[in-house]
Each structure stands twice: as C-alpha cells, then as structure tokens.
Design a protein around this ligand. Structure first.
Ligand SMILES: [Zn+2]
Ligand SMILES: [Zn+2]
Ligand SMILES: [Zn+2]
Length: 150
C-alpha cells in the first residue's frame, strides 16, 4: 500500500498509542512496525517472522496483539487459518480496501478513486443517520479468488 506517513511519523504515532495503553515501545515492537511498513501487502505471521529475523515466534504473537490492542496494527481475518497483519490506517494515514482470496487467504491492498470514496462516505453517512448510528470509518473488503487461485 502506498504509505501516507513516513516511517518516523509512524514510529511517533505508534509510541503515542502504546503510551496510551500503558505499553512500552520496545525494540522488537519497533522491528515489527518496520517490517509491516516495508511489506507491500498484509502479511501472515509466518512471513513477518521470516522478514524480521531474530524475533521469537511466541513473543511476536504477543507483541502483535499488544500493537493491535493499541490500534497500531490491524488484523485481517481471512478464509484460511492465518490472519494477516498490517499497520492500521490511523497510523499510516493511507485509507484503502482489501481483496481477500477465499482459496489461499492472501490479501491485497487496493485504493479506490476519490470520487468513489466520496460516494461511499456520503451513502454510508445517510445509512448511519437513518439508524441514529455514529459512523466513524468504513471497511469494505472484496471476497473472491486471486490471480494464482482462479
Ligand atoms: Zn489466492
Ligand atoms: Zn490493507
Ligand atoms: Zn474507502
């Protein structure tokens, strides 16, 4: 995904969020954030461990959960057993959507046009208002089969 924020801005945002959750921004957590920042698409934990050499599996699970609870990392649940992880939109500032493959579980980031985002935004605002719902942000995933699984 094209990142809106720079890596140092992302680190600053991550630090703030972890502080709000009474958590420390440890070197391993920084490394996880950097790995997810460099990844072109949401990653399963196996790929995260491969790319961030030296991290132990058990602590990485725990650190991803801490980062997720602090709002730094977003977990995408897919059809297979392996959730994908990416930096949250709040941290990157890069709003986007997902193509989720039901066969292999891969998730691709895609951006929609500003025109369509505006339309989605106003239609959802109307739908929310009709239910007295306080809408904050939207997530829309397209479920299907990726190019290698079709
Ligand atoms: Zn696939
Ligand atoms: Zn994404
Ligand atoms: Zn959108």
């Amino acid at each position: 995904m094209t990142k809106g924020a720079s890596l140092s801005e992302i680190h600053d945002a991550a630090l703030q969020r972890l502080r709000q959750s009474d958590q420390r921004y440890t070197p391993n957590r920084r490394k996880l954030v950097e790995t997810l920042h460099e990844a072109p698409h949401p990653q399963p934990i196996g790929s995260v461990l491969e790319q961030a050499a030296g991290l132990a599996q058990s602590s990485t699970y725990r650190n991803l959960t801490v980062l997720e609870n602090a709002g730094v990392v977003h977990r995408i649940v897919t059809g297979d057993d392996h959730a994908r992880f990416e930096l949250s939109e709040d941290v990157t500032g890069a709003h986007h959507h997902h193509l989720v493959c039901t066969q292999c579980g891969n998730v691709l980031d895609v951006a929609l046009s500003d025109q369509l985002e505006d339309l989605i935004h106003s239609e959802l605002a109307l739908a929310a208002a009709s239910k007295g719902f306080n809408g904050q942000h939207h997530r829309i995933d397209l479920i299907g089969e990726c190019v290698t699984c079709v």
